[in-house]
Design a protein around this ligand. Structure first.
Ligand code: AP5
Ligand code: MG
Length: 216
């Protein structure tokens, strides 16, 4: 199976697609957002620093994220994997290109999720995440709502809102995406690795198109 890099604005559905591919196709998943949310819980200078930046919707510096990412990638490099949230800048993309070369990975596809920006704010502010199993819901969209308000369907855990899912922080995250991450689309297009998937549609349709890209 081809390795997959997902490029998309905040709250476009990267994590939702990844969960499906992990559960149904045996992919490994690296989410740098999840890695950094764990770092942000540390009661240390680094933890407080990361937590502060994430609450503002700003990127964490490469001195912190690059070694954390590399460590995770090296653990799973011999299996099919999804990169969700990495790379996010041209510097990170160059780093990844070099790392792939070093460890002999060339079989990958980059999927850009195309989505109307008007949908994103609701996807972010309506998101609820299980504190225990991390399952993700959305209070605004049918098919994504929990059966019982604030209770996880899968494990009964409490559902909470992510600290960066406020309207104000979402707007910052979106602006940073436009300026720092969107240039990666041209970067991977030039390498002949880019495919586009319409993410304005139902989850089933999105997954069908993602699977088609993985099989091409
Ligand atoms: P990260 O956690 O990666 O956040 P993000 O990119 O903003 O993406 P999200 O996790 O918010 O959204 P998603 O695309 O996964 O959507 P989801 O599937 O949950 O990063 C967070 C922060 O960490 C960054 O801001 C930065 O500070 C830092 N960071 C991370 N990586 C970094 C890096 N490489 N360098 C530096 N800093 C880094 O879906 C969203 C909602 O929509 C859910 O409620 C879901 O249920 C719902 N939904 C999904 N699909 C559909 C659909 N088809 N229809 C309706 N609703 C849907
Ligand atoms: Mg996510």
């Amino acid at each position: 199976m081809k390795n997959l890099i997902l490029i998309a604005p905040p709250a476009a559905g990267k994590g939702t697609i990844s969960s499906y591919l992990v559960e149904n196709m045996g992919y490994q998943h690296i989410s740098t957002g999840d890695i950094l949310r764990n770092v942000a819980k540390e009661d240390s200078e680094r933890g407080h620093f990361v937590s502060g930046l994430m609450k503002e919707g700003k990127f964490i510096g490469d001195d912190i994220i690059l070694p954390l990412f590399k460590e995770e990638l090296l653990k799973i490099k011999n299996q099919s994997f999804i990169l969700d949230g990495f790379p996010r800048t041209i510097v990170q993309a160059d780093y990844l290109t070099d790392l792939f070369q070093e460890i002999g990975i060339d079989d990958y596809v980059v999927i850009q999720l195309e989505i109307d920006s008007s949908l994103l704010l609701k996807r972010a502010t309506g998101r609820r995440v299980c504190t225990s199993c991390k399952a993700t819901y959305n209070v605004y969209f049918d098919g994504f709502k929990p059966k019982v308000e604030n209770v996880c369907d899968q494990c009964g855990g409490d559902l909470i809102q992510r600290e960066d899912d406020t309207e104000e922080t979402f707007k910052n995250r979106y602006e940073v995406y436009r300026s720092e991450t969107e240039p990666l689309i041209a970067y991977y297009e030039a390498k002949g690795k880019l495919k586009k998937v319409n993410a304005n549609v139902t989850e089933e349709e999105i997954l069908e198109n993602v699977k088609r890209c993985l099989n091409d």
